[in-house]
Design a protein around this ligand. Sequence first.
Ligand SMILES: Cc1cc2nc3c(=O)[nH]c(=O)nc-3n(C[C@H](O)[C@H](O)[C@H](O)COP(=O)(O)O)c2cc1C
Length: 179
Amino acid sequence: MKFLNIVGTAREGRKSIRAARKIDNVFQDQGHETFFYDLKEKNIPPVGNRTYTDEGPVPEDIQDLREKILEADCIVLVVPEYNHSYPGILKTALDYMYPEYDEKPFAYVTVSGGGFGGVRALSHLHDVTLEYGGQPGPDLPVSNVSSTLNEDGEVIDESYEGRFESFAEDVEEFVDRRT
Ligand SMILES: Cc1cc2nc3c(=O)[nH]c(=O)nc-3n(C[C@H](O)[C@H](O)[C@H](O)COP(=O)(O)O)c2cc1C
């Protein structure tokens, strides 16, 4: 399968990149192809011309994202919780598109510095996924990210051993049931 892993924040020093590295590695270890789309490396201007209108050209990095979305079997959003929701830059990037999401499976890795694992961001992501016409799938909330994963995305909290792997298996099964 092909997984599009979107890193949902561009903040300098962000810790959720660790979870993104981890899940990307796990999908690859399980024999899947991944695209790693890091918003920090992209130029994402405020929503202007959308992909599905004749308003004019869309930014190159959005065009690239569009192609990856169309190609992917599942979009995996790796997202920190910011003020009980998810980062605005992610919404900006995703809102450039609409028909591209039709029945597309989504999965979520939400991240927090504290103990709640970003579950309030997750709830908003579910709502938005449904509005896009996508299909909300499995989620993995990651709490206390600094003591759960190291810089390289390796699990350092033994209570998380195997959890990324079983999440990835759940995602595969979820996508399989839909194809
Ligand atoms: C603007 C901002 C808002 C935040 N709001 C929340 C929040 O509402 N709930 C929460 O659990 N953590 C919140 N955090 C802390 C993040 O969970 C923490 O920074 C964690 O490391 C994941 O985000 P990161 O990838 O930006 O590091 C916030 C962090 C920032 C930068």
